[in-house]
Every structure is written in structure tokens, then in C-alpha cells.
Design a binder for this molecule. Sequence first.
Ligand code: EPU
Length: 353
Amino acid sequence: MLVEKNVPLQHSNTFGIAARAHALVRVRSDGDVHALRADPLWGRQPVLVLGGGSNIVLTGDVEPVVLKMEIKGIRVVGETPAAWIVEAGAGERWHDLVAWTLDHDLPGLENLALIPGTVGAAPVQNIGAYGVELQDRFDSLDGIDLSTGQGFTLDAAQCAFSYRDSVFKHAPAGARGMGLAGRAVITRVRFALPKAWKPEIGYLDIERKRAEAGVDQPTARQIFDWVCEIRRAKLPDPQVLGNAGSFFKNPTVTAEQCADIIAREPRIVHYPLTDGSIKLAAGWLIDACGWKGKSMGKAGVYERQALVLVNRGDRNSNDASVTGGEVMTLARAIQTSVYERFGIRLEPEPVVV
Ligand code: EPU
């Protein structure tokens, strides 16, 4: 195990924020985690687990030891009557896994194409897009509890998935009981890919592509291509324009609250959920407050999707790039205007460190 010191993280977070890790360990096997724990100097320090850095805002240099997850490997490990079980190392790029499954005729992840980040980070925020969430295709995951050194396996119920949320986002003694944030490292994730695959085409953008193509029953490959096209048209490529995807979660309100808002704002974009509550499009709320295309300092609101905050500085430069402070100042200004106009508190989606 090698502990690297004073490591620049600018190319390890998709915003391109120029922060440094005081200490960084590359994790290529479970053994690297055990070696870190056994180390008399580094073994008891707090850690920050970093995957692709696509869902994080760094507001300064990172004091905890950064564990850069680089465990690789994708393979079919088994089957159930209903599904093929595919296992991937936490350090695999998410999109590479999606492409691999399609190349091996194992559809099911195509709606989640082109989501930035790594396999190990995907369960943390229960990634989702175009009508499919990770939890819909999840089998189980392996990890290591850093406080005990024990390996563990969790099923979906134990991961406590909900919209952009899981047990891995909550502090060990947080409001939702025993969380695993800062305490667990995810090393491998297994997916259950349905043998009786059906296309998920309910989402409006996909339905539009299907109608344009004049196809009734699209193949998984077609959906994959459409999702890639939709994302490329709507969302900025982090290699070109730094960002962390959607910056806020879509808020949910009660039917009464929604009726009240619709009375004032008839055009508000909203979706009824199965539990009777209503999900509001945060991008619409921010857009309606006039933020699209606006900037504060070097932090900006993307002109094609108001839910995405972007780096208007130079993402390759140490001192001309956006800072985490600038991103959070813009985020707070947006939260204030959405609250003042709609009475709704937007909750940031990325992890703020
Ligand atoms: N809208 C506006 N103005 C905007 C942006 C959006 O009016 O500037 C409206 C759109 O017209 C649309 C609605 O808001 O009617 C929803 O927009 P969109 O379809 O782009 O989806 P979203 O709710 O903004 C969510 C996810 C995305 C995911 C897409 C597709 C969250 C926080 N975001 O965005 O996930 O790709 O749906 O499923 O749930 C991410 O988490 O990083 C992410 C990109």
C-alpha cells in the first residue's frame, strides 16, 4: 500500500475544482483496504471514498485520507430463475459496465447509459435516469467496514435505497438510524439483469425518440443510443464543462401543497407518484426564477438544463477554475430564490465536502 501525499484532485472531480488530498491511497483490491487499516499511522484516520468524483463538491483541501477506488473486473457470476447476475468492481466506470452488458446480450441497464462516475458510487446515490433506478436492477454489494475491518454483503433492503439516497449517504448515528457514511467502502456490486427483458420507454424524452424512429418495440441497443443522444443534447460533458450532474434533488410535496402551487403557477412541471405525493421538476423551478444561463463568480447555471451547475472557469487551471465556495454560494442563492417564490426548499444532490 502506497500513501501518496499532497495529491491534486482537480482531475479526480468532474467539476474540475482545484483541491488537494493531504493523503491518498489507490485501492485496487480488498487487500489495499486491509493494509491501510493495519497501518499504525494511517489506519485510524477518517477517510473519504472517491469514485469518479462525479457527485462531489470539494470546498477545500481534503483532510481525511482519500481512498481512490480502482478495483476492476466485470463478469457474470450466476443466475436466478428470473435474472443473470453480473458483478463489477467498484472502480469500473459506470458507462463501461452498461456498454459491457449490452455487448454480452445482457440488457437492463441501457436507460442508465452515460451517467458519469464509477460502479462503486452508483449505489450511494441510487443513480437513476429515464424511468430506471439502480435499485430496479440491484442484486447485492460487497464492502468493508472500516471500523472493524470486516467484509460485509448487503442486499437491496439493507442498502435502504430511496430517491437519490441510500444507507451510504447517512452518518452512523444520523436521523435515519445506522448509516454507513464515512464508515464503509463498497468494493463490488452485483446486478440482477432480467432474463425476460422489456424496454422501459415510459419517460417522455424516450417516448419522443421512439415515435420519431417509428419503432414499436425498441431493442436495448436502440434505447442505449437514444439515451446517449438525449444526455449529450441536454447535459454538459464534464470533460469540456465541469459539472456534477443535477445539483438538486427533485422535491416532493403533498397533493394539497401542489394544488396550492398550481393555483399560483399553472405551468409548473409535476409528476404524481404512486404514494400520492407529487414530484416537482427542480429544473423548472430554477428556470422559472430566471437562473438559466446566469453566473455568480465562476459558477454558472447551464443554459440548456437549469438543474445543472457548471464551472465557468478554466477546469484545467489551478487558480482560474471555479472554487467549491463559489459553487455553494450560487447554490444558496438559487435555494433562496426558489424558497421565496415557491416556498420549497431545494436539497443539494452531490456530497459537499
Ligand atoms: N425543465 C425546465 N427547465 C430546465 C430544466 C428542466 O423547464 O431548465 C423541465 C423540463 O422541461 C422537464 C422537467 O423540467 O419537463 C424535467 O427535466 P428533465 O427531463 O431534464 O429531468 P430532471 O428531472 O431535471 C432527472 C434527473 C437526471 C436524469 C433525468 C432523466 C434528478 C435530480 N435528476 O432530471 O439525473 O438524467 O431526470 O431521467 O432526479 C443526475 O442525477 O445527476 C441526473 C442528471
